[in-house]
Ligand binder design. Sequence first.
Ligand code: SAM
Length: 198
Amino acid sequence: MSSNSYEKPDFWSKKAFSEGYPARSVYKLKEMDEKFALIKPNTRVLDLGAAPGSWTTYVLRVLAGSGHLTAIDLSPLAKDVKGDNLSFFQGDLYSPAIRKEALDRGPYNLVICDAAPATTGNRTVDTARSSGLVELAIYYAETMLVSGGNFVVKIFQGGGEQAHLLAMRKLFTSARGFKPEACRSGSFETYLIGLGKK
Ligand SMILES: C[S@@+](CC[C@H](N)C(=O)[O-])C[C@H]1O[C@@H](n2cnc3c(N)ncnc32)[C@H](O)[C@@H]1O
């Protein structure tokens, strides 16, 4: 049996399984939603880096058949993540064709991005890749959010949070960092939140 704590089901993983979510990451979004009132029925949401689909499932449950959710990932969603108001595209967020699919279904009230690079174990490389994804997600938010729309993006700590927050403060009424309780202890991921697109 592995001694890697990342492979052991912890409290959050067991809770996610029992509540029908494919991954423990759902509780990070839930906490941010409860604190910042991000997801509302009858709205349009864009979910970047969506697989296996815990955030997608949470948003679909809040939308309860209303509004629309567009989700994108390199990998497929878990097979039971479905909804009449869900459009899923498998592909690379950097690809112009994928960007067009997202653009065609916008504009959005909320853009959420939990995308994470495949990690190498080299912190400098991993944070730089995470920072690149954040820059890309900010571009999606800038070009696809409605005025007043909100934005959440994951970043590996040390990946230029302050510079990204500075860029976000030009686009949003407020922008701040937030680390949910459900992040694994020792994890170096955190989130940047932009509220009220100008
Ligand atoms: C932590 S997982 C997301 C978990 C998801 N929010 C959930 O709750 O199930 C990060 C995802 O980012 C995706 N990803 C990373 N880089 C990507 C890219 N360039 N284009 C699309 N997806 C990407 C990965 O394939 C992976 O599924």
